[in-house]
Design a protein around this ligand. Structure first.
Ligand code: MIC
Ligand code: SF4
Length: 652
C-alpha cells in the first residue's frame, strides 16, 4: 500500500488507535518545545507532577517571546523556566539566542520524527520533514511526561507547487496564496503536505515560512519531503547525520488536492485584519506605513534579511518610515555581520532589534493609534500589534524592503534589477550553541532549586462538570474570534503572563471590556460564539482565564482545534449549535439551564434551556472517550496529577 509522508510518520509513531480517517489515535512524541509565554504553565504542570525525568528524546524551553523583559516579573519568568529546565532535564535556550521555531529548525528538528510544542507555529519544523504539531501547554506537559499525543487521525491535503518562483517572488507569497485559497478555516482537520516540482527549488528557510503559515489556515501541520535541500541544510548546520530521505509514495491517496502555480504568482499582501485577506500588492492601493518590520519566525532567516538588504542598499529608508529588523536567531545575526549585510542595513537607516518575537505580538514597536505598519510576520489580527485600531499588512521581506524605501506599499519587482543575483543560502552556517544550556547529569538534578517569582500564581483547577449547569450568558462574540482577542498581548499584559488573577482582568479587553466583571458577577457562565472560535495562538490562558472567571460551557458554531483541546483540558464543555441560526436567539445576560449533563456526555447531545425567552437550543458535542473523562475529572491537570501522584486536586 502507498502512503503519504504524513501517514508514514504517523504509522511509525502509532502507540494505539487506528489510521482510519477521524479515528482516535495516540502518537508517540520524540521532542517537545515550549516558550517563555506558554512555557511557564508547562513548567508549572511538570513541577506539579515532579517526575524523575522527562520522557522525550529532547525537550527545549525557549526564552524568546518576551526577551526584552521590560519588567522584573518577566525576568523572573525566565529564571523559573531556566531552573525548571535544569531540574527536569530540558534544554534551555537563553534570551537573545533566537525564536523557538527558527532555532528548532536550525538545531533540533529531525526528518521523520515527531514534535509537539506549546505554540501554534510549531509546524515550522515540518520544513525538514518532521511531523510538528502545535498544542496547549497541558498537552505539552503530558507529552513531555511520556503520555503520547492524542488526536483524531487527520486528513491529508496535497499542496502541489507547480513551476518556479519568478524574480521578486518569495516563499511568503506562496504562504499568502495558500491563505487566499484556503482562508483561516480551510485547513482545519488536515495536514498540508507539500509536493511537486516547485518544492525542489525552495530552500529550507523558504519552506519554513510556508510550513509556519500552514498554521494560519487552521491546519494541524504542514510538511515538506526530506530531500537534497534538506540534506544540504543539515550539512550546513553540522547535522548531516540527522538526515534521511523521506517522501510520499507515488500512488499515495490524498483526501484533497490543491495546486499553486508559482510561475503565475505575484507579490501578495494580506490586508488588515486577517491573514486570509490576500490581494496582489499591485491592487492594494496606496498604503502609507508609519513603520515596517522585517523578521519574526516567519521571515527571520539570513536569506530573507539579506534579500531585503539588497533592495535597501544604496537607496535608504524613506524619512517617514521606521524600519526595524528582527533576525530569527543569533546565528542569523552573526552571519549578517560576517557577510557585511548588517552594515548595509544600518547604512540604509534600519534599526536592529533583538533576535526575538517582540513586535510580532505587540512587545515593542506598537504603532500609533490608527497607524499603519507593513510586516513580514504571520498574523495581523486586531490588537496583535499592541494597538487595537492599527492596520497591519503582511508581506514578504522583499516587499517590506521596497515599501520602506518608497514610503508606500510597493511591488518589489520595480526595485529588483534584471539579472540581479538572488541571495541563496550559505553552504555553512556559523553554528554556535553557547546560547543553549544543556541538561546536567540526572543524579545532580534534584539539588537544583526551582526559582518561582511571586508573580507566578498558583495553578487554578476546577472540579467536575456540574449537573445540572445553570448560570448566565457572559459573552456573545462574532466569527473567527482569535486567542489574541481572548487574551490580548501587549506591553501591559505580558508581565502578567503567569499571573492568572491579574491577567483575567484583561480577558476580551478589546472585544468586550465588561466581560471579566460580568462573568464574576454571574458566578457560573456561558460564552456564545460564531465560527472558528479560538483560532490563532495556542495560548491556553484563553481557556484558563474564562475557567478562572467561572465559564463552564461555550456554545459555538465551530472551533479551532487547539483551542477546543484547551477547553477540554480546563474542564469547559465545548458545545456546537445544532442549528447555527440559533446563535441569533441567544443574548448576553440571559440565564441558561442544562439538565442531564452526564447523560449528554453519553449521547453527545444537549438541550440548553433559556427560561427568559422560553427557548430551547439543541447543541452537540464531539468528544473522544479521553476528552469526556477530562470533563468529568475537571480538567487535564487533575488527570495528570491523579495518574502520577495517585491523588485528585480540586481546589476551585
Ligand atoms: C503567537 O504567535 O501568537 C504566539 C505568541 O507565539 C503564540 C503563543 C503564545 O500565545 O504565547 C502561538 O502562536 O501559539
Ligand atoms: Fe514569535 Fe510571532 Fe513567531 Fe509567535 S508568530 S513565535 S510571536 S515570532
Amino acid at each position: 500500500m502507498d502512503y503519504t509522508l504524513a501517514e508514514k510518520i504517523i504509522k511509525s509513531h502509532l502507540l494505539s488507535g487506528s489510521m482510519d480517517r477521524g479515528a482516535e489515535l495516540v502518537l508517540g512524541i520524540d521532542q517537545t518545545l515550549a516558550q517563555d509565554l506558554t512555557g511557564i504553565l508547562v513548567a508549572q504542570y511538570i513541577g506539579a507532577v515532579d517526575p524523575e525525568e522527562l520522557r522525550t528524546e529532547r525537550t527545549v524551553f525557549y526564552c524568546d517571546h518576551n526577551a526584552v523583559a521590560a519588567s522584573s516579573e518577566s525576568a523572573e519568568d525566565h529564571l523559573f523556566l531556566r531552573t525548571t529546565a535544569e531540574r527536569y532535564g530540558a534544554v534551555l535556550s537563553k534570551t537573545g539566542n533566537g525564536i523557538c521555531h527558527f532555532l528548532h529548525c536550525q538545531r533540533f528538528a529531525v526528518p521523520g520524527k515527531t514534535l509537539v510544542g506549546s505554540d501554534s507555529h510549531t509546524p515550522t519544523s515540518g520544513a525538514l520533514g518532521m511531523l510538528a504539531i502545535g498544542s496547549g501547554g497541558l498537552t505539552v506537559a503530558g507529552t513531555s511526561l511520556g503520555e503520547g499525543f492524542r488526536m483524531r487521525c487527520p486528513q491529508v491535503m496535497r499542496v502541489e507547487l507547480k513551476g518556479r518562483l519568478r524574480p521578486g517572488g518569495s516563499g511568503k507569497d506562496i504562504a499568502l496564496e495558500l491563505l487566499r485559497l484556503l482562508t483561516v478555516k480551510g485547513g482545519r482537520g488536515f495536514i498540508l503536505e507539500y509536493g511537486g516540482e516547485g518544492v525542489g527549488d525552495l530552500s529550507i528557510p523558504e519552506r519554513q515560512t510556508i510550513a509556519n503559515m500552514s498554521a494560519e489556515t487552521g491546519a494541524i501541520a504542514g510538511i515538506f519531503p526530506s530531500d537534497r535541500r534538506t540534506k544540504a541544510f543539515l550539512r550546513a548546520c553540522g547535522r548531516e547525520g540527522d538526515y534521511q530521505e523521506l517522501s510520499a509514495d507515488p500512488e499515495a491517496r490524498y483526501d484533497r488536492k490543491l495546486e499553486i502555480d508559482l510561475d503565475k504568482l505575484e507579490p501578495l499582501v494580506a490586508l488588515p485584519d486577517m491573514p486570509d485577506q490576500v490581494v496582489r500588492v499591485a491592487e492594494a492601493g496606496r498604503i502609507v506605513p508609519h513603520s515596517v518590520f522585517i523578521g519574526s519566525c516567519t521571515n527571520g532567516s539570513f536569506s530573507d534579511i539579506a534579500r531585503a538588504a539588497q533592495v535597501l542598499k544604496g537607496r535608504g529608508v524613506h524619512p517617514h518610515v521606521d524600519l526595524t529588523i528582527g533576525p530569527g536567531s543569533r546565528q542569523v545575526l552573526a552571519q549578517l555581520i560576517g557577510e557585511g549585510v548588517l552594515k548595509d542595513l544600518v547604512d540604509a537607516g534600519a534599526r536592529i532589534l533583538e533576535c526575538s518575537c517582540g513586535p510580532c505580538i505587540g512587545i515593542g514597536q506598537v504603532p500609533p493609534h490608527r497607524g499603519v505598519s507593513v510586516r513580514t510576520t504571520n498574523r495581523n489580527f486586531p490588537g496583535r500589534s499592541g494597538c487595537v485600531d492599527a492596520s497591519i499588512y503582511l508581506v514578504s521581506p522583499e516587499t517590506a524592503a521596497a515599501t520602506a524605501v518608497n514610503g508606500y506599499l510597493s511591488d518589489p519587482r520595480s526595485l529588483i534589477g534584471a539579472g540581479e543575483e538572488r541571495v541563496t543560502d550559505p553552504p555553512c552556517y556559523p553554528v554556535d550553541d553557547s546560547g543553549f544550556i544543556y541538561p546536567i547529569e540526572l543524579s545532580d538534578r534534584r539539588r537544583i532549586e526551582i526559582l518561582q517569582g511571586a508573580n507566578i500564581s498558583d495553578l487554578p483547577t476546577r472540579g467536575p462538570l456540574r449537573d445540572p449547569m445553570a448560570g448566565g450568558v457572559s459573552l456573545k462574540v462574532r466569527d473567527n474570534i482569535t486567542t489574541d482577542d481572548i487574551v490580548p498581548s501587549n506591553p501591559e499584559t505580558v508581565k502578567y503572563n503567569a499571573n492568572i488573577p491579574k491577567l483575567a482582568d484583561f480577558s476580551f479587553a478589546y472585544v468586550d471590556p465588561a466581560f471579566p466583571e460580568r462573568a464574576r458577577r454571574l458566578g457560573h457562565s456561558m460564552i456564545v460564539a460564531g465560527e472558528n472560535y479560538g483560532q490563532g495562538s495556542s495560548r491556553e490562558s484563553a481557556a484558563l482565564l474564562p475557567m478562572y472567571l467561572g465559564v463552564e460551557v461555550v456554545v459555538a458554531k465551530s472551533y479551532a482545534r487547539i483551542h477546543k483541546d484547551n477547553l477540554f483540558n480546563y474542564g469547559i464543555l465545548p458545545l456546537v449549535f445544532k442549528d447555527p441560526e440559533d446563535f441569533d436567539r441567544v443574548e448576553v445576560g440571559e440565564e441558561y439551564l442544562v439538565r442531564n449533563v452526564e447523560a449528554g456526555l453519553e449521547s453527545l447531545r444537549f438541550l440548553i434551556e433559556f427560561p427568559r425567552s422560553r427557548g430551547v437550543v439543541e447543541a452537540t458535542l464531539s468528544a473522544s472517550t479521553h476528552e469526556k473523562r477530562l470533563l468529568l475529572l475537571g480538567g487535564a491537570l487533575n488527570d495528570l496529577i491523579a495518574k502520577y501522584r495517585g491523588a485528585h486536586n480540586t481546589t476551585a
